[in-house]
Design a protein around this ligand. Structure first.
Ligand code: ADP
Length: 594
């Protein structure tokens, strides 16, 4: 829509009102002047008529039409008045300006009709004879027997018209001047009104841009100044509200950003409104890229898409769990999600809020626990079944055959020892775990050579049996923060494995050194070695590369697990390098205490 400037709204109306007032005044003034002039003229005309009436009557009484004619001409000329004498039948008896013989009957003229009726009525009419506007007036001439002649007098009224047209001209000029003055006045008023309004417009534009620093000047008319004050007040209110909103928004953003849970908000069309950093990481998406996109395109997980759909449809909050391989590492992850609809202050549904927790480690722990229970049961089941079987065989009659009986009892003893070993290892493992958890393991900075020597001593009888030699290379100055009993147990387990999985007559080396801020303790053998696919699993509980061989050698599958936990309790780690057929090197890495 096109908007007119203020001056063009003010000027025409102002001009119109002024001109209308001027014209009304002119019309009233001129018509008053005219009627006053005419009535004055009529009075004068009547006086002239009465002045000449007695002379005319004199001529008529003597029937001296010639004399009358001459008188009319003479008197008419001198008084600048047209004189006409009319007989009762309307015939012209004499006229000051025209030959009566050439004049038509005047019976029908209004002033004549009125005079015959005894009235004196002035009449304005254009005279065909004299070709100008005249005022006519006729008076009855009495006293001439029964005859009732009429004397008509007429004078031109052009002087009045001339005077009036001069007035009209002046008024026209006046109108022009008024138009110019009105334009100037309108321009002046418009400027006075529009200038503060324009400043206010600029101020309001500044407010709209969010710049609330400046204030508007309350100047001009009271209404305009009042508007400026109201706008200033509005700016203060707006500024305060916007600041509150910005503060709340940044607080909310900070809460969102620092949340461990992933938070996603969607609108009713399932478009992503926002996603926090944790959410983006969990779902492996770029938060900037998915904002405004439909959840179907943003996240390629049908479970989450359905969850969002259901959360939007459901009046009550929802919970659900789903798994996904969306992560950067491609590993299966488990998510626990809460969903609730979002409502505005009027109660309208505006979207949904989805909170996602990564429960992968919880689920893994649960599954590990389940596996562990299954494994323990399985490990215990084998010796128990064996003991049960041989005991039954003995009771069924084998007791009577001393040779078999002795063999079976030996087997029972072996299986019981195995059970004992498993239970011992399990207890050791759980003890280490519990103590490490409660931080009850006391570490002391001690030379490790002594502990290594003691571990070698513990394994020496078995080593001798296998004809295996164990050498130690450790400077007595090397110290580490250790719990001597636990650390020895770890080294014993490694040495025990090295003896077990090396052939007769092989050599085992125990070395220690300080390298790159770590104390390294290596147990090297040249035994069977471990295939690369098994290397990552040998520290798991009950994992054995060759079950039968391990069992034969009295292994429980828990030895390396215990090593791992002991080393972890020492704030270190254990690594292994191995190649099948060549041998293995197990290395314990302990941090050097500064
Ligand atoms: P186990 O009681 O069976 O020895 P461990 O937890 O000590 O259980 O070891 C797990 C598995 O790792 C063993 O069954 C064995 O296959 C392998 N292993 C451990 N140490 C060695 C080694 N020094 N040489 C070859 N294989 C080994």
């Amino acid at each position: 829509m096109h908007h007119k400037r203020l001056i063009w709204q003010l000027y025409p109306s102002q001009l119109l009102i002024t001109l209308a007032a001027l014209l009304a005044f002119t019309w009233y003034g001129t018509s008053s002047i005219r009627s006053f002039q005419l009535s004055e003229t009529a009075i004068g005309l009547e006086a002239r008529a009465h002045l000449v009436a007695s002379s005319v009557l004199g001529y008529l009484e003597h029937d001296d039409l010639k004399g009358l004619e001459a008188f009319c001409r003479e008197a008419g000329k001198k008084s600048l008045t047209r004189l006409t004498v009319i007989a009762p039948d309307g015939k012209i008896l004499a006229d000051s300006d025209e030959d009566p013989a050439r004049m038509e009957n005047h019976n029908d003229r209004p002033e004549i009709i009125a005079a015959f009726a005894g009235k004196i009525v002035p009449t304005l009419r254009f005279s065909q004879t004299l070709q100008q506007n005249l005022m006519y007036m006729a008076i009855p001439l009495d006293g001439h027997g029964n005859r009732k002649d009429v004397l008509r007098v007429a004078i031109p009224v052009t002087t009045i018209d001339k005077a009036l047209s001069a007035i009209y001209q002046k008024i026209l000029w006046g109108c022009l001047v008024v138009a110019v003055i009105a334009a100037l006045a309108a321009w002046f008023i418009a400027r006075r009104i529009s200038k503060p309004l324009e400043q206010m417009k600029l101020g309001a534009e500044r407010f709209a841009m969010g710049d609330f620093a400046g204030r508007m000047q309350a100047e001009g008319a009271e209404e305009v100044a009042g508007l400026a004050r109201a706008l200033n007040e509005m700016a203060v209110q707006l500024d305060g509200r916007i600041q509150t909103i910005v503060r709340q928004h940044s607080q909310l953003q900070a809460v969102f950003a620092s949340m461990v849970e992933g938070v996603i908000t969607v609108d009713t069309e399932e478009r992503v409104l926002d996603v926090n950093q944790s959410g983006a990481q969990l779902l492996n998406v770029d938060p900037e890229k998915i904002r405004g996109k439909s959840i179907l395109l943003a996240v390629r997980n049908t479970h989450l898409q359905n969850f969002v759909k259901n959360a939007l449809a459901s009046a009550s909050p929802m919970e659900g769990e789903f798994s996904s391989r969306m992560g950067a590492d491609g590993q299966e992850k488990y998510f626990y999600a809460h969903g609730a609809r979002l409502q505005d202050s009027q109660g309208h549904i505006t979207g949904a809020l989805i909170v996602i927790n990564d429960v992968t480690s919880l689920r893994r722990l649960e599954s590990m626990r389940r596996d562990f229970v299954a494994n323990v049961s399985h490990e215990l089941k084998t010796p128990i079944t064996s003991i049960e079987g041989f005991a039954e065989t003995l009771l069924d009659g084998a007791l009577d055959e001393p040779e078999d009986a002795r063999r079976f009892v030996e087997i029972i003893g072996k299986q019981a020892a195995r059970l004992h070993a498993i239970v011992e290892d399990l207890l050791a493992l759980s003890r280490v775990e519990q103590e490490a958890k409660r931080e009850e393991i006391v570490l002391q900075e001690l030379p490790i050579a002594e502990v290594l020597q003691s571990a070698i001593q513990t394994c020496s009888s078995r080593a001798e049996k296998e004809n295996v030699s164990i050498s130690l290379a450790c400077a007595p100055t090397i110290t580490a923060g250790i719990n001597p009993a636990l650390f020895e147990q770890a080294v014993v387990n490694l040495l025990d494995n090295a003896v077990k999985y090396s052939g007769k007559g092989s050599e085992i080396k125990v070395e220690a050194e300080i390298k790159a801020g770590e104390v390294l303790i290596r147990v090297c053998d040249n035994g069977v070695g471990i295939a690369s696919q098994d290397i990552f699993r040998i520290f798991e509980r009950f994992y054995r590369v060759d079950k039968a061989r391990s069992a034969k050698l009295g292994g429980t599958g828990l030895g390396l697990s215990i090593v791992k936990h002991i080393v972890q309790a020492h704030h270190g780690r254990v690594s292994v390098e191995s190649s099948p057929g060549k041998g293995s090197i197990f290395t314990i890495h302990l941090p050097v205490r500064s």
